[in-house]
Design a protein around this ligand. Structure first.
Ligand SMILES: Nc1ncnc2c1ncn2[C@@H]1O[C@H](COP(=O)(O)OP(=O)(O)OP(=O)(O)O)[C@@H](O)[C@H]1O
Length: 249
């Protein structure tokens, strides 16, 4: 999506994000153990698993916030495994952390502008207007402090801020956390619309496995730092063994 307008039409694509044998540890705790997965261009993928399965560590390692002990991460064919986080962002990976991380004292617009800080080009205004178009509820709240927004609106703002960097891939860590079921559903549909309208590639980390599988195309299930199952989301939803063993429903 980096140079295309935010409303360009999606087409099917090849592998955009490739993870090969990725391992990461916290001291003696091996949080990721040879994780391999491929995310296609314009894919909408879920990464699922119980508490402590390694989902957050996977996202943090992809974006250079945590160092891999071995393995490779490639974005559009380029090895980004050892790049510092700011370079990973400029290459096209944007990360919405758990809780969104918006700054409540700043206005909606100021939060959005922060997302463009790492961009090398200076088309701030175009991107701000494009992002506002994607999230109509943010337009009328543009000058209000982010602290006055509802939980769902804050999550929208966090997503919008990540889009300001014009990413190729959007990584989201548990956007449903703390949201009511109806709002969670709206955020999940919004991600799907975003992918459909802009061609963005989305990786959605979730503990709400049923909700995430109902909106994504493909799912990866982590268990104790390893990929325990993967496949089309509707297949995983129908797979009793995987659901009972790893997804808790
Ligand atoms: N800062 C840390 N220091 C030590 N161990 C950690 C740290 N962060 C995570 N871990 C451990 O690494 C493993 C993977 O944790 P991670 O947070 O990646 O899992 P998760 O699937 O995101 O879980 P959750 O859904 O609870 O966030 C767990 O065993 C966890 O206890």
């Amino acid at each position: 999506m980096s140079d295309a307008p935010l409303n360009s039409t999606p087409q099917t694509g090849e592998t955009l994000l490739s993870v090969e044998g990725l391992s990461a540890s916290y001291g003696a705790v091996r949080a990721l153990d040879e994780v391999s997965l491929n995310v296609p261009e314009r894919g909408l993928c879920a990464v699922l698993g119980a508490n402590g399965a390694g989902k957050t560590t996977l996202l943090r390692t992809l974006t250079g916030l945590h160092r891999a002990t071995s393995g490779k991460v490639r974005l559009a064919g380029e090895d980004i495994t050892r790049l510092p986080t700011e370079k990973v962002i400029t290459r096209g990976l944007a990360h919405v952390p758990e809780g969104g991380g918006v700054i409540i004292e700043l206005t909606v617009e100021e939060n959005l502008r922060l997302g463009a800080l790492w961009r090398s080009d200076r088309r701030d205004r175009t991107t701000l207007d494009e992002v506002m178009d994607l999230f109509p509820p943010l337009v009328e709240r543009r000058s209000r402090p982010a602290g006055t927004l509802s939980g769902g609106e804050r999550q929208m703002l966090a997503i919008g801020r990540a889009l300001m960097a014009r990413p190729k891939v959007l990584l989201l860590d548990e956007p449903s956390l703390g949201l009511a079921p109806l709002i969670t559903k709206q955020i999940f549909s919004l991600l799907r619309d975003l992918r459909d309208r802009t061609g963005l590639t989305v990786v959605l980390v979730e503990q709400n496995a049923a909700g995430a599988l109902s909106v994504t195309d493909h799912g990866f299930v982590l268990n104790q730092g390893r990929v325990a199952a993967e496949g089309p989301s509707d297949g995983l939803l129908a797979d009793d063994r995987t659901r009972h063993a790893y997804l808790g429903f």
